[in-house]
Write a protein that binds this ligand. Structure first.
Ligand code: NAD
Ligand code: MG
Length: 383
């Protein structure tokens, strides 16, 4: 039977790779719904090709632009409410959460609340609200499958043993564009420098997060939630080639790794076809051209974001929401060239230090913590 997929964030880097996988695996995979923010022309083209039952666009003005291009039978939904509605619809059974940032939280919660299988790319949702999403998934029976390449690798490697036999995991990191830069050089890095990722082609926010290594910090928190791991059981290892996507060490000392070319279509497809595998469209590894695989310990001095990841995973409560929101706001300011590169982590650190963590927060409390952190960043920018 066909899997009917709703893709939230279909015009983004993950969204487009997901559509590649759907194209390759059609008719087994079908597009039931598409959602995007601003790029309505691209969304219109996707609708022409995939004829979804429903489509969501972020606001009224874009919805008027999009409307004339939709085929009969495609329902048009609008805004954050429309996003939740799309995630909840009965005509899809698999939701790909590929919106960037906190904007993806509500729809991810909605899909999990409905007991759907969710392919999770939107790590920010889990960093903010893992304390809500994980218990909710257990209650509704929703499968939360990782799309993030490291977490997909851990998930795949964990299948080689029992959960109780897992000793620790290694999250690999390319090290980003500034792996070999000094702290002084990095402090003044430009937006263009930060957007030049050595191994992965991704959306701008995660590319900047990779340059600060905030991305790895977010992934530490993501892994802690997804696999119910203590921060002590998570280690980061720099692996510049991005061939080994992460590893699991079992109690007997055996280490299982998942390898592949740096192509997000592999982890996306694994989530979409899980628990099975299919011949797909992702690039394959060629060991004839790989000369060596390198490893380095991470540099916590040059990349202070990393320590924050462990700290936030340990603190729990509202720490994840504050950490994520402060970083999102700082990255936005950097993209607008209002702050230097070095200030992204500095601002996030400052806001996190000012926050008193509340434990067992409900969703309202988490959203308030998110808003508070954004106001704090704005306040720092004004001064
Ligand atoms: P992107 O910027 O390329 O795409 C983001 C998508 O979200 C776009 O379709 C955009 O229209 C949509 N969007 C943004 N705000 C929205 C809103 N308010 N309402 C509706 N739609 C909205 O980002 P990306 O690189 O594809 O990343 C998406 C998510 O996947 C992020 O959480 C990122 O951390 C994660 N991720 C990405 C990669 C990658 O290779 N790109 C790898 C691992 C994880
Ligand atoms: Mg990743």
């Amino acid at each position: 039977m066909a899997k009917r997929v709703a893709i939230l964030g279909s015009t983004g880097s993950i969204g487009k790779s997901t559509l590649d996988v759907v194209r390759a695996l059609s008719p087994e995979l079908q597009v039931a719904g598409l959602a995007a923010g601003r790029r309505w022309r691209e969304l219109a083209e996707q609708c022409q090709e995939f004829r979804p039952a429903a489509v969501t666009i972020a606001n009224e003005s874009f919805s008027e632009d999009l409307r004339p291009f939709l085929q009969e039978g495609t329902e048009l939904l609008v805004g954050p409410k429309g996003l939740v509605e799309l995630a909840e619809r009965d005509d899809n059974d698999f939701v790909v959460a590929a919106i960037v940032g906190a904007a993806g939280l509500e729809s991810t919660i909605a899909a999990v609340a409905k007991g759907k299988t969710v392919g999770l790319a939107n790590k920010e949702a889990l960093v903010m609200a893992g304390s809500i999403l994980m218990p909710l998934a257990r209650r509704t029976g929703a499968n939360l499958l990782p799309i993030d390449s490291e977490h997909s690798a851990v998930f795949q490697s964990m299948a080689a043993g029992r959960r109780s036999e897992v000793h620790k995991i290694y999250l690999t990191a390319s090290g980003g564009p500034f792996r070999t830069w000094t702290a002084e050089q990095m402090a003044e890095a430009t937006l263009e420098d930060a957007l030049r990722h050595p191994t992965w082609k991704m959306g701008p926010k995660i590319t900047i997060d990779s340059a600060t290594m905030m991305n790895k910090a977010l992934e530490i928190v993501e892994a802690a939630w997804l696999f119910d791991l203590k921060p002590e059981s998570i280690e980061v290892v720099i692996h510049p080639e991005s061939i080994i996507h992460s590893m699991v060490e079992f109690c007997d000392g055996s280490v299982l790794a998942q390898l592949g070319s740096p192509d997000m279509r592999t982890p996306i497809q694994y989530a979409l076809t899980w628990p099975e595998r299919r011949v797909g469209c992702a690039r394959r590894l060629d060991f004839g051209t790989i000369r060596r695989l390198n490893f380095e310990p991470p540099d916590f001095d040059r990349f202070p974001a990393l320590a924050m990841g462990f700290e936030v995973a340990r603190a729990g409560g509202t720490a994840g929401a504050v950490f994520n929101a402060a970083n999102e706001a700082a990255v936005e300011a950097f993209q607008q060239r209002r702050i230097t590169f070095g200030k992204i982590v500095e601002l996030t650190r400052r806001v996190l230090d000012r926050h008193t963590v509340a434990s067992n927060p409900d969703l309202g409390t988490l959203l308030e913590a998110d808003q508070w952190a954004r106001r704090e960043v704005a306040e720092c920018l004004r001064r």
